[in-house]
Structure formats: structure tokens, C-alpha cells
Design a protein around this ligand. Structure first.
Ligand code: GDP
Length: 304
């Protein structure tokens, strides 16, 4: 019999949408667990996080990236994480560009998800959706609104973090210099059609990012200017994203395993505190078993 993951592959976007809805409805259900185990064991995509403050141009750039990746024949899944309405009342979205894609194109799928209790952070369902979509597409892009420290949340779930900043805004740069925000892998200076040249943007950032000591062999944070509106620099950005993935390749599986473990511990700490972490610490993550199953077992144990 065909397994659940193959059924989704065969059923296309409609099947995937249904599966994501089922995961939301029954996050601990047996079907969900089996599906997530299968997906976790069969990663295919390069998972890319795109983050930055509201209005910086993330949605516009996402649309541009999708177009570019599709032109290269790559399939793309997008998870657009909307900030929770708890603090912002939804106002953060402002004039946010709605992402429009061709509904007939089976090679691109977009899902919006709420960040729920962590502003700009990843809800657990987001991570589950990422794991599922990672097994189905060539690229999975997770777009999150980064405010202050929330960038770190993305970096625990994706392979490559792209931080978007606007020329002249300086905020993100200050954060990075002060060590408040984890350094991304790539910095994209957006809207360079508005006056600043790509070269200027790149030089400014490069000098700031150079402040950090870097052990030999470590990835050098790359900065570049883009104009999603004019399509400038997007091919270079795609090239850089690919280069970062190639850089990670030799250690990718181990790194993802470590990330999954970190995600699990973080989740357990938030929900059950130190006692939970103590018990989770004794659990080892089996590469064939998703962290969601481990979490669900742990939840049962702690409730007993
Ligand atoms: P998000 O909130 O980060 O997703 O930002 P959006 O993609 O919604 O963009 C916010 C505003 O900036 C919109 O009015 C966009 O049209 C505009 N914008 C986005 N990219 C560019 C660009 O490359 N150049 C210019 N001039 N404007 C842009």
C-alpha cells in the first residue's frame, strides 16, 4: 500500500493542503505522527528562512525568489508566518503585499500560518509544516517577521537564514553589532532602486560584518543589495543561497539533527520547565523518528 507521504506527492497541492489541515487538527494523532516520521526521514529541500522587520520587502522578495527558482525548474514551498495578533492587533501586516502565485502551477505552494504565542517566532505547527514540505519540494522558504531577537527562532529550523534590511534603517545592523541578533548567513539590503546602489549597500554591510572574528573554514556572512521590484540582484541572491547550501552539505544531516534536538529542548523548557528538560535530556533523537513523536511520547510520560 502507498504510504501517506506518497499519497500527498501524488495528490499534489490539494492533498498537501488537506494534510496540513489534518496536522493542525490532530497534532498528536497516529496518522500525523506516521506522516511526520516519513517526511522527517526523507528530507529533500533546502530550507531557507527569510526574515526582517515589517515593510522591508520580504513578501515582494519572496515572490521574486519563487519566480526565479521556478525558472530554474525547482519546486518551491512557502510558509508565510504571520505575527500573532496578541501584541500588534494585526497592524504589523500593514500594507503587506499579498503573495499571488499561479494556482495551476503544481510546483509552487504557499501556506500562511499564525505565529501564535511568539511574535515572529515559529509555532510548533510551522515546524511540522516545514518538515512535511521539506520532503516534497526542492526549496522551502519560511518567511517570518523578524523583530529583535526572533531571528534566532528561524535559524533553529532552517538551513540558511537570509535577513532583509532596508538601506538607511540601520536597526538590524545595530542589533547585529551589539550581538543581540544572531548573525544571519546572508544579508539582503532591499529596495536598492530607491537610491542606494548595490555596491554601496554591500560595502557598508561588509565593513560592519567584518567586525566579527571568524574561525577558518566558517561561512563568511555575505551581504548584497536587491531590488525585488526591478528584479535586480535576485539572481545573485539565489546564487549565494545555493553557495551556502553547498557549504553546509558535508555536515547537513548532523546539523539538522542537532537543530531538531535544540528545538525539542526549547519546546520542552517552555512547556514543562526544568523538570521536563531533565527528562528530555535522557531521550536521544533517533534519525528515523521525528522530534514530534519524541515530543508526544514525552508529553504522555510527563502527564502520567
Ligand atoms: P514585508 O512587510 O517585509 O513583506 O514588505 P512588502 O514586500 O509587503 O513590501 C513593503 C512595501 O515596500 C510595499 O509597498 C512594496 O511595494 C515596497 N517594496 C518592496 N520591494 C521593493 C523594492 O525592491 N523597491 C521598492 N522601491 N519598493 C519595494
Amino acid at each position: 500500500m502507498e504510504n501517506a507521504l506518497d499519497q500527498i506527492r501524488d495528490g499534489g497541492k490539494r492533498a498537501l493542503a488537506g494534510a496540513l489541515t489534518r496536522i493542525e487538527a490532530e497534532p498528536d494523532g497516529a496518522e500525523t505522527m506516521a506522516l511526520l516520521d516519513a517526511a522527517y526521514a526523507a528530507p529533500r529541500a533546502h530550507a531557507v528562512g527569510l526574515t526582517g522587520p515589517p515593510g522591508v520587502g520580504k513578501s515582494t522578495l519572496t515572490a521574486s525568489l519563487i519566480e526565479h527558482w521556478r525558472s530554474l525548474g525547482r519546486t518551491v514551498g512557502v510558509i508565510a508566518v504571520d505575527p500573532s495578533s496578541k501584541i500588534s492587533g494585526g497592524a504589523l501586516l500593514g500594507d503587506r503585499t499579498r503573495l499571488r502565485t499561479d494556482p495551476a502551477d503544481q510546483g509552487v505552494f504557499v501556506r500562511s500560518m499564525a505565529a501564535r504565542d511568539r511574535l515572529g517566532g515559529l509555532a510548533d505547527l510551522t515546524v511540522a509544516a516545514l518538515v512535511l514540505m521539506r520532503a516534497l519540494f526542492d526549496v522551502v522558504l519560511v518567511e517570518t517577521v523578524g523583530v529583535g531577537q526572533s531571528e534566532t527562532d528561524v535559524s533553529t529550523a532552517v538551513d540558511t537564514v537570509v535577513l532583509c534590511i532596508q538601506p538607511g534603517s540601520g536597526d538590524a545592523l545595530q542589533f547585529m553589532k551589539a550581538g543581540i541578533v544572531e548573525i544571519p548567513d546572508i544579508v539582503a539590503v532591499t529596495k536598492i532602486d530607491m537610491g542606494m546602489t548595490a555596491a554601496q549597500a554591500q560595502a557598508d554591510l561588509a565593513s560592519a560584518l567584518d567586525l566579527r572574528d571568524r574561525p577558518p573554514g566558517e561561512w563568511a556572512v555575505a551581504a548584497l543589495g536587491v531590488s525585488a521590484l526591478k528584479g535586480e540582484g535576485v539572481d545573485d541572491l539565489v546564487g549565494l543561497i545555493d553557495r551556502h547550501f553547498a557549504h553546509l552539505a558535508p555536515a547537513l544531516a548532523g546539523r539538522r539533527q542537532t537543530q531538531a534536538g535544540q528545538w525539542l529542548i526549547q519546546f520542552v523548557r517552555e512547556r514543562w520547565g526544568r523538570e521536563g528538560v531533565k527528562r528530555a535530556g535522557a531521550l536521544t533523537l533517533d534519525p528515523g523518528i521525528s522530534p514530534f513523536r519524541t515530543l508526544s511520547r514525552l508529553a504522555r510520560d510527563l502527564a502520567a
